[in-house]
Design a protein around this ligand. Structure first.
Ligand SMILES: [Zn+2]
Length: 394
């Protein structure tokens, strides 16, 4: 059995220990005591060093703690050192999870049904759905408790006999040696993780958002230094946005709203312009390809400079209201081609586009494609035009 020093005092960063088992093949060591927390209760394992050997992974099995190392220590008497930055981060996120879960239970009766501590953010799934104001209340109340410096007590119960003396948030299935983590005024739950002795060490809780996740509401949040780092990063982003918008008199939000309405107006004007251009191009096509001002069944290849893809589709639709034959429209590195003739355009496209670094698709009578360069698009159009002409002349 390994003595779990991290359970008694989670602040010990270095300690001397003795190796009681070593495995050459799998490269792990078992010690008489350890400060390395193994994976458990949603909290990831600690890393660090045993002498100069890197601890890569730690896990617990039948009261023994296995330390997987990059190389094996040479002596049995060893010095353990944990990566304190990583451990403190885990303690802050894990304890923050207890504070939030306790508060959701206390104020809204919701139970935490899942907890995930990711490398970036932490999430909890609750069986209640909270609105923006309620989430705000949770965040405020949690931070108020942190500022008041509520104590955290660890209690060990030999069996379930005295468990009913405690108002625990969530049932536990553990039968013996139940470890309760009690946070003054807010929470009490069975947990194997490392927690600070006072919630002041959590420093700050920031709820990032909430979304529906199957039958639960998933709340994402950050605690401690993660929350402070996030604040710094976001503050820098806001500063950059302000400087990009030169928003001295107006706030960035107001400036963005103004820019958005200006953009919407430009999009609307652009659509109008494209429609006007389409009528100009249609006229040009009729003049160029048909002296009787009536479009006949010929192959037309036409460059639509200034028309975007949507404009070209509009032109196609206008053309085929009366026109027949094959119409290929292109601009820069994209083209659209549609036909009323018996030609399988899609088959030609599939068989030939690969040689021209293009991407495209469509149906038998209607295709479109995009190329990395306008040169490739032009070369491909030449090939496609020839193939269409060959088929039409048969
Ligand atoms: Zn826990």
């Amino acid at each position: 059995m390994t003595k779990k020093i991290y359970e008694m005092d989670p602040y010990i960063k270095e300690i001397d220990a003795k190796i009681i088992k070593i495995c050459d093949k799998e490269k792990y060591v078992i010690l008489d005591k350890t400060i390395f927390f193994p994976e458990g209760g949603g909290q990831p394992f600690d890393t660090g060093y045993i002498n100069d050997c890197k601890v890569l992974k730690v896990y617990e099995k039948e009261n023994l703690i296995y330390h997987y190392v990059d190389k094996l220590p040479e002596k049995n008497d060893v010095k353990l050192k944990i990566n304190w930055e990583r451990r403190l981060d885990h303690m802050q996120q894990h304890c923050g999870e207890h504070i939030i879960s306790g508060m959701v239970y206390k104020l809204f009766g919701g139970i935490n049904r899942g907890f995930h501590m990711g490398n970036e953010i932490v999430t909890c799934d609750f069986d209640v759905f909270l609105n923006k104001d309620e989430l705000n209340e949770i965040e405020n109340e949690c931070n108020r408790l942190i500022s008041e410096g509520k104590q955290i007590y660890i209690k060990k119960l030999r069996n379930r006999e005295t468990l009913s003396d405690y108002k625990i948030r969530k049932e536990t299935l553990v039968e013996e040696n139940i470890r309760l983590v009690e946070i003054e005024d807010v929470d009490c739950v069975a947990c194997c993780g490392t927690h600070p002795t006072n919630i002041k060490d959590v420093m700050l809780i920031k709820i990032l958002g909430a979304e529906k996740n199957k039958k639960y509401q998933r709340i994402s949040f950050l605690c401690g230094f993660r929350a402070i780092r996030d604040y710094k990063e976001k503050h820098e982003v806001i500063k950059e946005i302000n400087s990009l918008l030169s928003s001295e008199t107006l706030s960035a939000k107001q400036r963005i709203e103004t820019l958005k309405s200006q953009k919407d107006e430009l999009v609307r004007k652009n659509i109008e312009m494209q429609k006007k251009l389409v009528s100009v191009y249609i006229k040009e096509i009729i003049e160029k390809y048909n002296t009787n001002s009536k479009i006949n069944e010929t192959f037309i290849c036409y460059e639509c400079s200034h028309l975007e893809r949507d404009g070209m589709i509009l032109l196609q639709n206008q053309f085929f209201k009366e026109g027949k034959g094959s119409l290929l429209l292109f601009n820069n590195n994209i083209f659209l081609c549609r036909t009323t003739n018996e030609i399988d355009l899609n088959r030609i496209l599939r068989e030939t586009i690969g040689d021209y670094n293009g991407k495209g698709g469509g149906k038998k009578d209607n295709i479109q494609a995009k190329f990395e360069t306008s040169e490739n698009c032009f070369k491909y159009i030449k090939l496609l035009s020839q193939k269409i002409k060959d088929i039409e002349e048969v």
